[in-house]
Design a protein around this ligand. Structure first.
Ligand SMILES: Cc1ncc(COP(=O)(O)O)c(C=O)c1O
Length: 390
């Protein structure tokens, strides 16, 4: 890894290793296994006495290039790529938890994250307490002797709740608790949680990293020690590895991530300002808007408001569906962070699994709509929204 170069250079060249053929672009090592010169060499590599690739479930040259480049962007020492963002969320927890442990989590979460914490972890004897992540005292108050992890998304999916990363991480550090931050909404371009004390940062490669709707993938960023001692033994043997082909797509996508995310975020700011003024809109949630209740905190942690907007249309599910169905440019999809603008109805899709009570407690009402703003001309997007609102 090369920390001496500036970010833009590292996004194009970070982690690059060339094969004997001296290819310009990074090569895809699509192979599953590697061969050894001798049985002695195989033994030495398995013992860790010599370095060398063994098997793609363990490590692979293309995957390693992606991991190194993402770590340079995120500011973490190390990274382990996974098959999806959810594999990263689950792996980052299960690699360090055991029966009898306790986790404190913000309650405002993506449906699948909430499912892991609420439904899966308790089956393994792990207790989870959900708190209002915005309230710092709630994190403090709910620490127990056996609390091992603090987990949160900031901004959260879909209502863009912001959590004070520095304050929560500082409480965690004092109590020897590991903080895991899901940084998927902000992306590593706009926010680097390690700068604020986060121990582990989670990404979905599928979102802003690919940003072009082509590949599943995920990543766990951490210290080198955590990767070597805790993550590797768990992930190598349980097998949520990313395919080298997908890692290659994500690696090449990192070359343009900064340009894409900044342009998308700029479009999103303009669209949120436009929506805020429209008479058929009840409320807009966008961290870059001055009217957003956590604007100042967002500004402290993020370099821009991001690519995601949530808003409530006047009316209920009927009005929301009617509006969504009228759009001509925005695609109806539950993905996000894409170059194409996407629209989601969280109640019936991404957050369906939560159940009505939990959804309503988080402000996920039937008239809530989520937008992921892409790279199209912002005036075309505004016209599309205006037409559908009419
Ligand atoms: C906040 C958040 N975390 C995790 C994930 C999971 O990522 P993936 O779909 O790559 O598994 C998502 C996906 O939408 C998400 O929004």
């Amino acid at each position: 890894m090369n920390k001496k170069f500036k970010l833009d250079t590292n996004l194009v060249r970070g982690g690059l290793t060339r094969s004997n053929f001296n290819e310009t672009s990074e090569a895809i090592f699509i192979n599953s296994g590697f061969v050894y010169d001798s049985a002695e060499q195989a033994e030495a590599i398995f013992k860790g006495k010599k370095s060398g690739f063994q098997y793609t479930r363990y490590a692979n040259p293309t995957i390693e290039m992606f991991e190194q480049r993402l770590a340079l962007l995120d500011g973490s020492e190390a990274c382990f790529a996974t098959a999806s963002g959810m594999a990263a969320v689950f792996g980052s927890m299960m690699c360090q938890l055991q029966a009898g442990d306790h986790v404190v989590s913000a309650s405002a979460l993506f449906g699948s994250c909430r499912y892991i914490l609420n439904d899966i972890l308790p089956k393994f004897g792990i207790e989870v307490t959900f708190v209002d992540g915005k309230n710092i005292n709630e994190w403090k108050k709910n620490i127990k002797n056996n609390t091992k992890i603090f987990f949160f998304e900031s901004p959260s999916n879909p209502c863009l709740e912001i959590i004070d990363i520095k304050q929560v991480c500082s409480i965690a550090k004092k109590n020897k608790i590991t903080t895991i931050v899901d940084n998927i909404f902000a992306s590593p371009v706009l926010q680097q949680p390690v700068k604020f004390g986060a121990d582990i940062v989670i990404y979905s490669g599928t979102k802003h990293i690919d940003g072009q709707g082509r590949a599943m993938g995920g990543a766990i960023c951490s210290t080198k020690k955590f990767k070597e001692d805790i993550l590797k033994p768990f992930l190598r043997h349980t097998g949520p590895c990313i395919s080298p082909f997908n890692a290659w797509i994500l690696l090449k996508s990192l070359e343009t991530i900064k340009i894409r995310v900044l342009a998308q975020s700029n479009n999103a700011l303009q669209i949120s300002k436009f929506l805020e003024k429209h008479k058929k809109i009840e409320e807009v949630y966008y961290p870059g808007l001055k009217s957003f209740s956590q604007y100042l905190l967002a500004k402290k942690q993020q370099s821009a408001g991001g690519t995601m907007i949530a808003f409530k249309i006047k009316g209920g599910k009927k009005e929301a569906f009617k509006f969504i169905n009228k759009l001509k440019i925005f695609d109806i999809s539950n993905n996000l962070g894409d170059a194409k603008s996407l629209i989601t109805h969280p109640t019936t899709t991404t957050h369906k699994i939560l159940g009505e009570e939990a959804r309503l407690s988080l402000g996920i009402t039937p008239n809530l709509i989520r937008l992921s703003i892409g790279l199209e001309d912002v005036n075309d997007l505004k016209e599309d929204l205006l037409y559908a609102l009419k």
